[in-house]
Design a binder for this molecule. Sequence first.
Ligand code: URA
Length: 432
Amino acid sequence: MRAVDIIIKKRDRGELTREEIEFFVKGFASGEIPDYQASAFAMAVVLNGMTPRETTDLTLAMAHSGQMLDLSDVVDFAVDKHSSGGVGDKTSIVVLPVVVACGLPVGKMSGRGLGFSGGTLDKMESIPGYRVDLTTEEFKRQLKEKGIVLSGQSLDLAPADGKLYALRDVTGTVQSIPLIASSIMCKKLAGGAQAIVLDVKTGLGAFMTTLEEARQLASLMVDIGKLAEREVVALLSDMNQPLGCAVGNALEVIEAIETLKGGGPADFREHCLHIAAHMLVLGKRAKTLEEARKMAEAAIASGAALEKLRVLVEAQGGDVRYVDDIGRFPPAKFIEVVKAPRSGYISQVHARAVGEAAVALGAGRTKKSDPIDHAVGFVIHKKVGDRVEAGEPLFTVHANDAAKLAEARLAVLNAYAFSDVKVEPLPLFYDG
Ligand code: URA
């Protein structure tokens, strides 16, 4: 078999066999198939798609490209969550401590930013010293001893996805239902989760812009999970506008800490409580979503959830003083409040435009080797449905470069749309 023939077959809309998919994934993981062939393969999949059978085979091949973690000796039942990616999505930083405080241990492997969508690992690295490169042994030990882990994919876990994910980020090959479904599910399968809450985002700032596509992605992932004998719940959540207010790595960590302290934006808090409740029910810590939600609220109110974030940060080498005092996060050089150019109701805060503007400020990457500027980003003050008067603060830009600040200001102003008539706020979740 030759990699080039497999690329050509997919380019010409052929259906790949399991053997061909396994050959390609193995070869790529081992380094025999170079990045440029994997990029071409990914683009062929973006353009021509994959059948559910091919997608399942790709998922399993990527999951088996490394070690398959067995957490049964560490936790009685492993529940995990994963988001399909969005703008301002710092959910894991809140949800993990909340559910752990409610008695459900969670070890989660997260990803880095992908295109305009942020990544939890990049965010957590805003905390000096925080390690995201735990080995499998460290991951398991920490899960057993502390009950909470938030790390990157260890090198021996689904390594084919680790490599492909980084390539897709910079080759325009993120947007594909089979590639996203296989990328998310291979990590969850290899990571040893027995039950998974999937937060499938839909809207302008999601990889799936329509509800229909998001439903397809959700049902494909649920089917892959079933085949692998895992319990999977897929929630569809709105990503037309950024989630919460903060977009940008340290800014998002700060917002997550504020939320764990009982503050934070109402939409973000609500989103986190809903996801946490589903995890607690799947993990059999609560019988109903209502009961689970009350537990989650109590964990925030009592400070128990915040304490779990401290435990997490400390266990992974991070400077816990940043959790205790958000004033320690180094501010960007320029912080500018941008005022509303007119009065009206906000009818749009284009999430993708905001995400792209954040990447342009340095919060994300345009090349694999790009460093991340943790301090830059935005705080959105007015969201869809809000009334604003001309001259009121609309958003704040945090930038480290004056020219980039000017571009970012314009880009986010253009992300806004105004209406003279009242606009309903966007829903947080959609029916499945
Ligand atoms: N999250 C992932 O883990 N992979 C994708 O491809 C998209 C979002």
